[in-house]
Design a protein around this ligand. Structure first.
Ligand SMILES: Cc1cc2nc3c(=O)[nH]c(=O)nc-3n(C[C@H](O)[C@H](O)[C@H](O)COP(=O)(O)OP(=O)(O)OC[C@H]3O[C@@H](n4cnc5c(N)ncnc54)[C@H](O)[C@@H]3O)c2cc1C
Length: 409
């Protein structure tokens, strides 16, 4: 795009869920300027959640939009060429291939990348992470050949991969450093129920287990060595120990970053011409009343809506209570709010029946989080009560014979 072109340009860096959603929303808002979407992957935006839940491989990928959508909507998609530099004074971005584009508004939607382990053997073939469509190829091959799989990290992605791999008949071992799975993101009741559920289906779960290194022959992994000397044999070691924000580009440009690119509640960075959305952001969340870095589709979509509204001058929609989902075997889980160790957990339903909810109530009986397993009504009610700061009677809540409408105070 020539800098003499008077038409405004929104440059979106990152052709993932947030960036792809924003590009479409701008056209829905009838934005008439140029929209340029830069991606370092070779693919247009696609859904990442199925990557850990289904071993589909690229031929069955779930695209965010039909392939024709971008051309039909005059969205200039430039793939396979990362943006490597932002010049804030000139308002330009430059890609690795040396293409420079002038922007009126820049939106950083660069997402997050899997945290890597630096222990011995981490570079062996077969030590993998999972974030992109390309990453699924190795995993799919391993699963379809019934390989033995070790998963380092008992987070949601690790548990989802374990469930999918077990469903295909693979031997699976989860190696978790903490004393329970999901220690960062879920309460102990849900973690305990899921541990039992996975173990009952044949997954080995080791907790308090520290990875000393990966071992292998001829450059290929064949085991994970723990600090107590135990070796977990495997043909594939999937490392799922969280993600780090892709904020290098922003940091290099002097944009304020902390646990990600710092944005206010309307996706604005400290530069008035630059917004940031999605997993890369450390955002002010009005409903939670604090700064958070969320990694979820609903959050990416919400911030894309905020950015679109800011760009076209529309009113910014109110913040939703943060939520996300996870599927493991036949368990459909939905979680809302933020689990806090200070809250009191109230279990509604029986975890052994695979249909239950855990409400987390603060000192005044107001829920701050709800975790649900095959319990859609509890999810809807819990999310509403969190958003409305509704006081709950914990005794009534724990009694499933009392309707969810009658548990409020
Ligand atoms: C395996 C897996 C399962 C998941 N399951 C769920 C789920 O069940 N529910 C849920 O709510 N969320 C889930 N998530 C999280 C969800 O996918 C993310 O929150 C969402 O994709 C975030 O969107 P984003 O656009 O911020 O980041 P991304 O979708 O990661 O997109 C960012 C894009 O920017 C690109 N990029 C980075 N730097 C540059 C650059 N300099 N130039 C050009 N491009 C660049 C990246 O390569 C990437 O393509 C899952 C994630 C994974 C990996």
């Amino acid at each position: 795009m020539l800098s003499s072109d008077p038409t405004p340009t929104v440059a979106i860096v990152g052709a993932g869920h947030a960036g792809g959603t924003l590009a479409g929303l701008l056209r829905q808002h009838e934005y008439e300027g140029h929209v340029v979407l830069f991606g370092d992957e070779e693919h247009p935006p696609y859904h990442r959640p199925p990557l850990s839940k289904k071993y589909t491989g690229s031929e069955y990928v779930q695209w965010l939009r039909p392939q024709s959508f971008y051309a039909d909507n005059d969205i200039d998609v430039r793939l396979g060429d990362p943006v490597v530099r932002i010049d804030r004074a000139d308002r330009t971005v430059t890609t690795a291939a040396g293409v420079t584009t002038t922007y009126s508004t820049l939106v950083l939607a660069t997402g997050a990348a899997p945290r890597k382990l630096t222990v011995l053997g981490s570079d062996l073939n077969g030590v993998a992470t999972l974030r992109t469509l390309g990453d699924t190829e190795m995993l799919r091959d391993a699963v379809h050949s019934n390989a033995e799989i070790a998963i380092v990290g008992g987070g949601y992605v690790g548990l989802e991969v374990a469930a999918s791999a077990r469903a295909h008949g693979c031997n699976v071992t989860i190696i978790e450093r903490e004393d329970r799975v999901l220690s960062r993101v879920a309460g102990p009741d849900l973690a305990k129920a899921l541990t039992t559920f996975h173990r009952d289906r044949g997954t080995r779960i080791l907790t308090g287990a520290h990875v000393a290194g990966f071992i292998g022959t001829d450059g290929k992994v064949n085991g994970v060595e723990l600090s107590d000397g135990t070796v977990v044999p495997c043909a594939l070691a999937l490392v799922g120990v969280g993600a780090v924000p892709n904020d290098d580009l922003a940091r290099a440009a002097g944009i304020i970053c902390e646990a990600g690119i710092v944005v206010d509640s309307t996706a604005r960075t400290d530069d008035p011409n630059i917004l940031a959305i999605g997993d890369v952001t450390y955002r002010m969340h009005d409903t939670l009343g604090k700064m958070v870095r969320l990694e979820s589709i609903p959050s990416a979509v919400e911030q894309a809506k905020h950015a679109a509204a800011v760009i076209v001058g529309a009113s910014v929609p109110q913040h939703e209570v943060p939520w996300f989902w996870s599927d493991q075997f036949d368990l459909k889980m939905k979680m809302a709010g933020m689990v806090s160790p200070d809250a009191t957990a109230v279990v509604r339903g029986n975890p052994a029946d695979s249909s239950f909810a855990v409400f987390h109530l603060d000192g005044s009986g107001i829920p701050v989080a709800v975790e649900t397993v095959n319990a859609a009504a509890e999810f809807m009610a819990g999310k509403k009560y969190i958003g409305n700061h509704t006081k709950i009677d914990p005794v009534a809540l724990a009694d499933t014979s009392i309707s969810l409408r009658e548990v409020t105070l």
